[in-house]
Design a protein around this ligand. Structure first.
Ligand code: GTP
Ligand code: MG
Length: 539
């Protein structure tokens, strides 16, 4: 009974979360960026009186929200109600007096709070609640999963453990806002916005922060100037290509972060990549960051995934589960290589959900049909329009449980004809592969690109073998018996590396993949044989 209630509560919680998330992607972004501009980060002594700190801060303005977290010591994120409070605080704080170093006098929104008389002040310490910024280890997760009462329940437990928290999202936006302060030293109109999994509803605690520099406001300015009987425009440096401009801007901002950014370390400029970027570690927030220059297509991808993630609570639960499963079995890797990326994997889950009957999420073409004038986006000649208002999308009639969907996902991709077919989310249909890459997933917006071009045949085969093995484990499993034996069951069983006892079976499954035709021939022979045997018995 208790378990049932917990599960119900959890499901109820998920729905509540979804229903409060009806804001458009742009609304969420604007709100969060505004919040981040009113926020500061303070490094604190490990023990302090929370009330006294807040009292001190409130002399500069109302503190709207705050939390403490651990990251190389204790830090506090403080959100003021008004932006002006930050200027007031900045006026009151001093510059460090360090004899053996010379400080770079860049005044940011990162401060250090110390106690003048630690001995007497220690008496007033209060225990601090620390908000966790990373997820529990897989082995602890597996134990928790075993306490759930269904695979669906397990998938929601996993989602709750891995998804970004409100606090972590605030920190991510703050990291962007702090980088923006540097960019504005050169480009006062610029902003720095997060994209990728920080904002697409599929972010996991511990994932990197992808951010881009946006000069959009400068563009708006240009249209205003064209009104009237004459025209004025800025004199600007002209360069032979957009790529070169991007490289130069990123190079300078990268140097700035490296030389003057408090806590910006391991700054790497990767300017010759297809998409030039600056990688760095932002120690005050604890994030690994990737900074690039406005990439409209990547932003559209983030918004598209945001929409899919908000439509039905099963979407995120399935994506988080599949991503975690893939990581455990070494199908994905944080280093770039021939592995399937989390982005491709997410697209595969979306495609699978489009293919259910009735579909759980609409195709991109259907979302495009619902778009209105303000949703129109043509980027580099590609029509990237789709509806932004979530209320315009009809809820699905599909009522399949996640228990069913997880098994079907593995079954579907374990038997997908990757040699012949490609995955197309715009149409929600398998399409003949236009070229011979082992795994072909159409870029939803730049229709002539494959987002999984990096995946090689052995990696794809490993994915198929793992999917087949997982489908098989879910099918054969006897939950009651496993619970009695205290063995991991359901999702927990899928998150344990398939051990030695499975290796020979795995090999057989792997072997089968390279020769699909032979395998199906053998299967049909077996079937025929069984039929004829039956007939023989019947006779
Ligand atoms: P995690 O960081 O693994 O949690 O997921 P992510 O979605 O943030 O992936 P990643 O950091 O690798 O990439 C950030 C964003 O860049 C993605 O969300 C996509 O919008 C975009 N992106 C990444 N890889 C590709 C790709 O191969 N093709 C295209 N078109 N976009 C990509
Ligand atoms: Mg990312």
């Amino acid at each position: 009974m208790e378990r049932w209630r917990k599960h119900k509560f959890l499901l109820h919680g998920m729905h509540a979360e979804v229903s409060t998330r009806k804001k458009t992607f742009a609304e969420v972004q604007t709100e969060r960026l505004d919040q981040a501009e009113r926020t500061v980060l303070i490094k604190c002594p490990s023990k302090l009186n929370e009330k006294k700190l807040l009292q001190y801060l409130s002399s500069h303005g109302n503190v709207k929200s705050h939390f403490f977290f651990e990251n190389r010591g204790i830090s506090a994120l403080i959100e003021f109600s008004e932006k002006s409070s930050i200027a007031s605080l900045q006026d009151a704080v001093g510059i460090p007096d360090v004899s053996e170093h010379h400080v770079v006098p860049f005044k940011s929104r990162l401060f250090t709070f110390t106690l003048k008389n630690p001995v007497s002040q220690r008496m007033e310490e209060t225990p601090l609640h620390l908000s966790p910024q990373c997820h529990i280890p897989v082995k602890d997760l597996i134990q928790k999963l075993c306490l759930a009462d269904s695979i669906s329940g397990q998938m929601y437990v996993l989602l709750n453990e891995h998804q970004l928290t409100e606090e972590n999202i605030k920190l991510r936006f703050l990291a962007c806002s702090l980088v923006r302060d540097f960019a504005r030293a050169y480009f006062p109109d610029s902003t720095v916005k997060p994209f990728g999994s920080s904002v697409n509803t599929f972010g996991k605690l511990g994932s990197d922060v992808d951010m881009f520099l946006d000069f959009h406001d400068t563009g708006k300015h240009a249209t205003k100037m064209k009104k009237g009987p004459f025209e004025m425009e800025y004199q600007m440096k002209r360069l032979p290509s957009e790529r070169l401009a991007t490289q130069r801007i990123l190079s300078v901002i990268g140097d700035c972060l490296d030389n003057f950014g408090p806590g910006c370390v391991n700054v790497q400029k990767i300017l010759n990549a297809r998409c030039p970027l600056v990688k760095f570690c932002h120690q005050p927030t604890g994030f690994q960051c990737d900074l690039s220059v406005s990439n409209s297509i990547a932003i559209r991808s983030s918004e598209l995934l945001y929409i899919y993630g908000c439509l039905d609570s099963r979407v995120r639960a399935l994506v988080f589960t599949v991503r975690c499963w893939a990581r455990v079995h070494g199908l994905t890797n944080s280093a770039p290589g021939t592995w399937i990326t989390n982005f491709s994997l997410t697209m595969m889950v979306m495609f699978f959900l489009q293919k259910r009957s009735p579909p759980i999420i609409p195709t991109l073409d259907q979302l495009k049909e619902l778009a209105d004038e303000k949703d129109k986006h043509i980027i580099g000649g590609y029509d990237c329009s789709f509806v932004s208002d979530l209320r315009k999308i009809k809820p699905t009639k599909n009522t399949e449980t996640l228990d069913v969907l997880l098994g079907e996902f593995f079954e579907y991709f374990g038997n997908f004809d990757f040699r012949k077919n490609s995955i197309n989310l715009r149409k929600g249909k398998e399409v003949n592969k236009p070229e011979s890459s082992p795994l072909y997933i159409w870029n939803p917006f730049e229709q002539d690109l494959n987002i999984s071009k990096n995946v090689n045949q052995p990696q794809l085969e490993k994915f198929i073998a793992m999917a087949r093995e997982s489908a098989w484990i879910l099918q054969k499993e006897d939950k009651t018996q496993q619970m009695i034996n205290k063995e991991p069951w359901g999702l927990a069983a899928l998150l344990i590396p398939f051990g030695k006892s499975n290796s020979s079976r795995m090999k057989n499954r792997m072997k089968g993949i390279g020769s699909e035709t032979i395998k199906s021939l053998l299967d049909s022979l077996k079937l025929n044989n069984a039929n004829s045997q039956q007939k023989a018995v019947g006779k």
